[in-house]
Design a protein around this ligand. Sequence first.
Ligand SMILES: Cc1cc2nc3c(=O)[nH]c(=O)nc-3n(C[C@H](O)[C@H](O)[C@H](O)COP(=O)(O)O)c2cc1C
Length: 421
Amino acid sequence: MMSWLVMRVGAPEGAPPLGWTISSGDPLNTLPLSGAARPAAIPGPRDAGIWPRIHYIPCMSNSFGEYLRITTWGESHGPGIGVVIDGLPAGVPVSIETIAADLARRRPGGDLASSRKEPDTPRILSGLLDGKTLGSPLAIWIESIDARPGDYDEMADLYRPGHADFTTEARYGHRDRRGGGRASARETAARVAAGAVCRVMLAREYGIEIVGWVDEVAGIRADVDPALVESKDVEASAVRCPVPARSATMMEKIQTARDAGDSLGGWVAVTARGVPAGWGDPVFAKVKSLLGAALLSIPAAVAIEIGDGIAATSRCGSENNDVFISDGAGGICQQSNRSGGMQGGITSGEPVWARVGFKPTSTIATSQKTLNRSGEEVEFEGRGRHDPCVLPRAVAIVEAMMALVLVDRMLARRATPPASG
Ligand SMILES: Cc1cc2nc3c(=O)[nH]c(=O)nc-3n(C[C@H](O)[C@H](O)[C@H](O)COP(=O)(O)O)c2cc1C
């Protein structure tokens, strides 16, 4: 349970309040009043100042970010998916085409993905005028036109292995049986839409470029330099691996697994180039810890590696340290970037880079044993529209989560700059 403060706003003590805000105590992190926090429930004489302390009980956790906060909504086989982005400064140029282009890279379809056909056309419902943000919440809606909730009727009573059916019921007692509900990757369309807006901000204000790619499938690794990888090479590959020879082998592996009724996992890598030194905040808002939370919240994500972190665990310090050198123009840079562009979770000015491990897709066209709600053993075989490997579609989601974390810390840096500016 979280505690929040209800604050009266807009009138001196003794006078009737003009409005209310509910807050964690941080004026930059206010939430709209809802449910149990309704001010009508607060007796009049107690309404002065910051009082009373009330309990705000979030149910599912649908929001992410502190200075830039997104809230996503919608279920896999409902009428649509959407996002509300709050904290965006006024004046950010936003175009439907930019959002649609990123959504197209996450969209299902093609030989290596689910055959669900969603055009993923974004509609902006608020927060934008004349192509620029107003500073008010930017709400984006993506209609689902190829939902087939009936496909899941025969599975409504059983717990699909690797899915969140059993655990969601254990938590909430009632679950959306139409696909994965909120656990489904359909929800991530909303994050990609928000990420597209953030990428525009980062590119415009700092020239930051975020590139993600499929780095490894079933043990086949691309070996890509995060400082040089280009998105045109990523997008030239159906599997989104920028190294053509590796891309071809990965595709073969995925097709073979799919034909055998099976699935594969691997790693998606992401780099953000041009991030200035000095973003990120000790101790719990380090860029690396926020990235951990952001990237591991993606469905099927099972691991994260910051920079060259896994190899670092078996090196000596003398082999692993990134040595500082002069950049030749009066600044400081590093001779290597094994630490993923951060020390102490604060950006160093080198590219911020990380890898996210994804498990093989849970739904497979092979018979598996499981239990139903009555605890009886049943046979279950996945049918219908599923990705044999989630990685090619996950690239846009990983990039979006990187963008959200960076904009959040960019705004934090602006809100509390050092005295020197
Ligand atoms: C882009 C993307 C597409 C996915 N597609 C599928 C799919 O077609 N079938 C499936 O079983 N799981 C798919 N998943 C993964 C499930 O949503 C996820 O494994 C499940 O909800 C359980 O969550 P967890 O793996 O995080 O524990 C996909 C994940 C991503 C990121």
